[in-house]
Design a protein around this ligand. Structure first.
Ligand code: SF4
Length: 102
């Protein structure tokens, strides 16, 4: 699973950082970015801004995306057999959380 943020929509409230500081960081501009292996990926809109999420952070990242007031945290799951990635919306996220809890 990978995650990225649309910085144009970020309100800078920092809720994502509160939920998962290993994956979300807030820089001096007040906007949130994703991080991978401790390195902030600050290439807004670029492919370099997609961070892989480790298994232990999946739940926290999903909850952060659900609660994000800017609705600007996007989660992508690995490419399927056709090679296409799935971008999850809020309904998909709820299903994913339900599946994880089952
Ligand atoms: S929760 Fe959403 S709006 Fe708030 S800082 Fe994080 S990405 Fe930005």
């Amino acid at each position: 699973m990978r995650v990225w943020i649309d910085q144009d929509l970020c309100t800078g409230d920092g809720l994502c950082v509160d939920h998962c500081p290993d994956v979300f960081v807030q820089l001096e501009d007040g906007i949130a970015y994703v991080a991978e292996s401790g390195q902030t990926l600050n290439d807004p809109g670029g492919s370099g801004s997609l961070a892989w999420v480790t298994d232990r952070h999946v739940g926290d990242v999903i909850h952060a995306a659900e609660l994000c007031p800017g609705e600007c945290i996007f989660i992508e799951i690995e490419a399927d057999a056709s090679g296409a990635d799935d971008v999850l919306d809020a309904v998909d996220l709820v299903d994913l959380v339900d599946d994880a809890a089952a």
